[in-house]
Design a protein around this ligand. Structure first.
Ligand code: GAR
Length: 204
C-alpha cells in the first residue's frame, strides 16, 4: 500500500486519536498510514498531550470568534486546508472534532475526509448532536441499541455516505455516561477500520 499521510482533527480527550496512534505503532493494523499531524480547535485539550507523547506535530487552530459564523467557519477551514497542502495530507480524520469545516477543503478532500459519530446515523446526527447530547437523546427516545458510525464527510453535518457501523445494546440501567463509555469502546475499533477502508480505496 502507498504511503498515506493523515491529519487527525480533535477537540477533546483524544481517545480515538490514541486508537489510531496505537494502530499505527502496531504496524500491521494500518500499513502505509502515517499520522502526519494533529489539529485541535481548542487549546489545553488532552488530545494535544497524546500527540506530543507520540512525537506527532500538533497545531492549535482556534475559530476566530470576532467573525460571523459563515466567515468564521471558512477562515478556519482555509487555515486547515493550507496546513494539509503544506504537509501533503491524503486523508483527514475527524476524531471528536467539533468545528464544522466548509468551502474549499470539502471539495478538495472530497472522499478523503472521514468522521466518527457516536450514534447509528442517520439517527441522532446533525445540529447539536455531539458528545453526551447524543447519548441523552438515544436514551430519551427509548432506543434498544446504539453504536457508532464512520462516514465520509460531505457539505452537510453527519450526512455523508456511511462506511461502517458498530452496534451496542442500550441497557435498562444506562445513564448517558455509561452508554457513552460502551459506544466509545467500539469507536476505537471503528475509527481504525474506517482509516483502513479509505487507505485501501485510495491505493486501488
Ligand atoms: C467521541 O465519542 C466522538 O464520537 C464524539 O466525540 C467523542 C470524542 O472522544 N464526536 C462527536 O460527537 C462529533 N459529532 P475522544 O476525544 O476521546 O476521541
Amino acid at each position: 500500500m502507498k504511503n498515506l499521510n493523515i491529519l487527525v482533527l480533535v477537540s477533546g480527550g483524544g481517545t480515538n486519536l490514541q486508537a489510531l496512534i496505537d494502530a499505527e505503532k502496531s504496524g500491521a493494523q494500518i500499513a502505509g498510514v502515517k499520522i502526519a499531524a494533529v489539529v485541535s480547535d481548542r487549546p489545553d485539550v488532552y488530545a494535544l498531550e497524546r500527540a506530543g507523547a507520540a512525537g506527532i506535530p500538533a497545531f492549535v487552530e482556534t475559530p476566530n470568534r470576532s467573525l460571523p459564523k459563515p466567515e468564521r467557519r471558512k477562515e478556519l477551514s482555509d487555515r486547515i486546508l493550507a496546513l494539509c497542502r503544506q504537509m501533503q495530507i491524503g486523508l483527514i480524520v475527524y476524531a471528536g472534532f467539533l468545528s464544522i469545516l466548509t468551502d474549499e477543503i470539502i471539495n478538495e478532500y472530497c472522499g478523503r475526509m472521514i468522521n466518527i459519530h457516536p450514534a447509528l446515523l442517520p439517527k441522532f446526527g446533525g445540529h447539536g448532536m455531539y458528545g453526551i447530547n447524543v447519548h441523552r437523546a438515544v436514551l430519551a427516545a427509548g432506543e434498544k441499541e446504539s453504536g457508532c458510525t464512520v462516514h465520509i464527510v460531505d457539505a452537510g453535518t453527519d450526512t455523508g455516505p456511511i462506511l461502517l457501523q458498530r452496534k451496542v445494546p442500550v441497557l435498562v440501567a444506562d445513564t448517558p455516561e455509561l452508554l457513552a463509555g460502551r459506544v466509545l469502546e467500539q469507536e476505537h475499533f471503528a475509527i481504525v477500520e474506517g482509516v483502513k477502508i479509505i487507505a485501501q480505496r485510495l491505493s486501488d
